[in-house]
Design a protein around this ligand. Structure first.
Ligand code: ZN
Length: 470
């Protein structure tokens, strides 16, 4: 145990987050199984049930134990698109993290990945233990540099909007800035004031964000962390990791709110369902757009370098990277598999909410969602409508995934539909989303992201782990 902690200390936290995502693909750690608002009810229920089910549990535990001592296996044919893409693109860093932990990624039966130590394949319980060790390592403040992520990402989004959309020039996007929300620390104030990301304040200039590193500094720090875990974390014990993902995934949404404000868009509904629709719809697709641009830039640079037949010295490259970061283009977007890592988490967040509502046959939340997306946000849940617990999370976590597009022309059309020539009361402006922009269930529905990939795709992933050195 102490040995693994010493090893974990030396590994870059982003490498660890990525490795954790890899371990999650083995499927041994479950997502949280309660709706955000249901947490306390669930806790009470659990207490009662635990007593009643003690005997049944004993049998289950035996079966669990049997499973836990079998060899760990990651079945590549069962992977979905983002899982496979992450493995394929990030294979180098995954292998190097494994190696730093004294492990190798090995293969079995031409379709299964395993983790081994020397000649011994890790057992399921060992993978679970390793997962928990990594979670513990990252479950502390000051592991991640949140302010730098938020500030650089704002610069990136700004840069991307200005470079791609003429009509957004000259409206003052340059002055958008980040402010850390200060936790007030009173019990009544914990939500939403301490916890939420928000955008559009100060005449569309301000993006407010909660810094998880401050949570423990206030009186009710433990409680803030617990609330965060209830409301946001996909898996328990991952507040700081979850928060790292949130910083990446939330800024583009809040930035859109700033643009809406600068364009003087007005949404007459009290809960701003149209504004929320557009910001959520564009959130992930903007990140894909930025990542695509960054990767193309990198490819171009590589090609040029090759042509010039000049080998850059490592020192120069580092300086180059530093300069890029200062220009507001996070180098992480050029990291192979990085955007896939983020989208994988986006999918997990959406899927967690989806599954919880699906298990309730009386839930009308899917109907509410469809009405909302079919009207392109103009018909949200009514003001006086009583909403099921967690509806807002469901709506706002599902649509960013279904809004994902991969080709830059369609991504631009999406942005245009939400922002171009849209000033004033949005309900009064005619709106006809062009083809490819509207969410069509057969093509963009979230279930499609969970479909298994084609044989050719996972075989490529297998080959890449098989052929190169561990
Ligand atoms: Zn919002």
């Amino acid at each position: 145990m102490s040995k693994i902690i010493n090893l974990l200390n030396k590994i870059d936290p982003v490498d660890l987050v990525e490795f954790l995502a890899f371990l999650d693909l083995f499927g041994y750690i479950k997502n949280r199984d309660y709706k955000p608002e249901d947490y306390l009810k669930k806790k009470e229920l659990q207490k009662d049930q635990e007593k009643e089910n003690e005997k049944e549990n004993e049998n289950e535990i035996e079966i669990e134990n049997e499973k836990n001592v079998s060899e760990c296996e990651l079945h590549l044919p069962k992977l979905h698109y983002f899982g496979n893409s992450l493995l394929f693109l990030a294979h180098k860093s995954l292998k190097s993290t494994a190696s730093a932990l004294g492990l190798q990624i090995t293969n079995k039966n031409n379709s299964i990945l395993q983790l081994s130590k020397g000649n011994a394949v890790l057992k399921v319980y060992e993978v679970i233990e390793l997962t928990k060790n990594i979670e513990d390592q990252l479950h502390q403040p000051s592991v991640f540099d949140y302010p730098s992520i938020v500030n650089n990402l704002i610069k990136s989004v700004k840069h991307w909007f200005l470079a791609n959309f003429d009509y957004l020039q000259g409206i003052g996007l340059e002055t958008i800035y980040a402010t850390e929300n200060q936790p007030i620390g009173e019990e009544w104030s914990v939500e939403p004031y301490d916890m939420a990301f928000c955008g559009g304040g100060d005449f569309g200039n301000e993006i407010g964000w909660p810094n998880a590193d401050n949570f423990l500094k206030v009186k009710t720090g433990e409680m803030i962390i617990e609330r965060w875990e209830q409301k946001w974390a996909v898996k328990p014990n991952r507040v700081y990791i979850d928060f790292w993902y949130r910083c990446w995934l939330a800024i583009s949404h809040e930035f859109v709110h700033c643009v809406q404000s600068k364009l003087k868009q007005v949404d007459k509904t009290v809960l701003n369902w149209s504004a929320e629709h557009d910001a959520s719809f564009l959130a992930h697709t903007i990140l894909i757009g930025i990542a695509k641009q960054e990767r193309e830039l990198l490819e171009k640079e590589k090609k040029e370098e090759k042509e010039e037949k000049e080998e850059k010295e490592e020192k120069e490259e580092k300086e180059d990277n530093k300069e890029k970061e200062e220009n507001g283009i996070p180098v992480l977007f050029q990291r192979p598999g990085f955007i896939e890592l983020l989208m994988l988490q986006g999918l997990e967040i959406a899927q967690t909410d989806l599954v919880l509502f699906e298990s309730d046959p009386n839930s009308k939340v899917d109907e509410t969602y469809r009405k909302w997306i079919d009207s392109f946000g103009l018909e949200g849940p009514g003001e006086n409508e009583e909403l099921e617990d967690g509806t807002e999370y469901y709506l706002k976590s599902r649509i960013p995934m279904e809004g994902i597009r991969f080709d830059i022309e369609t991504i631009k059309k999406q942005v245009d539909t939400c922002l171009k020539n849209r000033t004033g009361e949005v309900h009064l402006i005619e709106l006809e989303p062009p083809k490819g922009v509207k969410i069509e269930d057969e093509i963009h529905g979230i279930k499609n992201f969970y479909k298994s990939i084609k044989e050719d795709d996972w075989k490529k992933t297998y080959q890449i782990f098989l052929n190169s050195e561990n």
